[in-house]
Design a binder for this molecule. Structure first.
Ligand SMILES: Cc1cc2nc3c(=O)[nH]c(=O)nc-3n(C[C@H](O)[C@H](O)[C@H](O)COP(=O)(O)O)c2cc1C
Length: 300
């Protein structure tokens, strides 16, 4: 049985990776998960310099998921290169580094710093709803997305995967803009902008007022967008949004995703990624599927 997939020339031993920001650097989860069993580990977003993130409270539970407004807190690229990448290189899974920035210059700087590092793919986050400048600004305007994709692609040594925001009217317009500018693949979706109010305090629950919604409740929206994008462009897709089980992951694969990320589910079940991989194997055995390629985009 073959579970391996290819994303822009990079082989993943199975289609399962971790949602950026929900699995730390990987090390935090290695107590629960044999990292070498994963198709890839995707890191938390990293910028050119350390970012403190947003004021607290910055996470809240909501029906069917959660809101977060972390604001891309990260230790900066120097710390990641020294502390995290040597460990990830040895972990035995492909390494996907998620990159964030406030300006095109920031993104390019990170990508250039990673050029000689043991990194397989660069996931470029232009879709975080929780940072005021940069980030989402690139992810909601097709012209800006085209421009930053071109700049990053010109400097990147590894294949790039632009990560799209669902907070747009037409996701296929954004996908086309990134593909026209040369992206090697697409990730979708990032979180949907949401809000929660504490009626006793008559105040917002999150200090940032709004946050990104993730978890099981967003899955139907994410699945619809992955299907639309898979039918609009011809690059590999990493699908995500509310995946907690193998059944969820298989829906994304059948809709056209080559690989999938498990995000918020890691907070409820730290071994969710492994359960998803094992469940996909069981499904393939049960249905006598020899190669996972048979399932990618099989629902038209
Ligand atoms: C706490 C938290 C932190 C996140 N941090 C990042 C990040 O640094 N970069 C990024 O591209 N996406 C980030 N995301 C978005 C996830 O990677 C994913 O796209 C989204 O949560 C949808 O998937 P899920 O429903 O499986 O969590 C974060 C999500 C959560 C819940």
């Amino acid at each position: 049985m073959n579970l391996s997939v290819n994303i822009a020339g990079v082989t993943m031993k199975n289609p399962v990776t971790t949602g950026s920001g929900t699995f730390g650097s990987g090390e935090e989860f290695s107590e629960f998960v044999d990292l070498s069993a994963l198709g890839a580990v995707t890191t938390k977003g990293v910028a050119n310099v350390p970012w403190p993130g947003n004021p607290t409270p910055r996470i809240a539970e909501v029906y069917g998921g959660m809101l977060n407004a972390i604001g891309l807190q990260n230790p900066g690229i120097d710390v990641m290169i020294e502390r995290d990448l040597p460990m990830l290189q040895k972990a035995g899974a492909a390494v996907i580094v998620n990159v964030c920035g406030k300006s095109e210059k920031d993104y390019v700087e990170v990508v250039e710093r990673l050029s000689d590092q043991p990194v397989d793919l660069l996931e470029i986050n232009v879709s975080c709803p929780n940072v005021k400048e940069g980030g989402i600004a690139f992810g909601q305007d097709p012209k800006a997305l085209h421009h930053i994709t071109k700049e990053v692609k010109a400097k990147a040594k590894q294949p790039i995967i632009m990560k799209l925001s669902p907070n747009v009217t037409d996701i296929t317009e954004m996908a086309r803009a990134a593909v026209d500018a040369g992206t090697d693949g697409l990730s979708l979706i990032n979180t949907l902008t949401g809000m929660k109010i504490d009626i006793e305090k008559r105040d917002f629950v999150l200090a940032n007022k709004t946050g990104g919604m993730s978890g099981p409740a967003i899955k139907p929206v994410a699945l619809r967008m992955v299907y639309q994008v898979a039918n609009a462009v011809d690059v590999p897709i990493i699908g995500m949004g509310g995946i907690s089980t193998a059944e969820d992951a298989l829906e994304f694969i059948m809709a056209g995703a080559t690989a999938v990320s498990v995000g918020t589910a890691n907070f409820m079940n730290p071994a969710a990624t492994i359960d998803v991989i094992e469940g996909i194997k069981d499904y393939m055995k049960r249905h006598q599927i020899e190669d996972i390629q048979e399932l990618i985009g099989c629902v038209k």
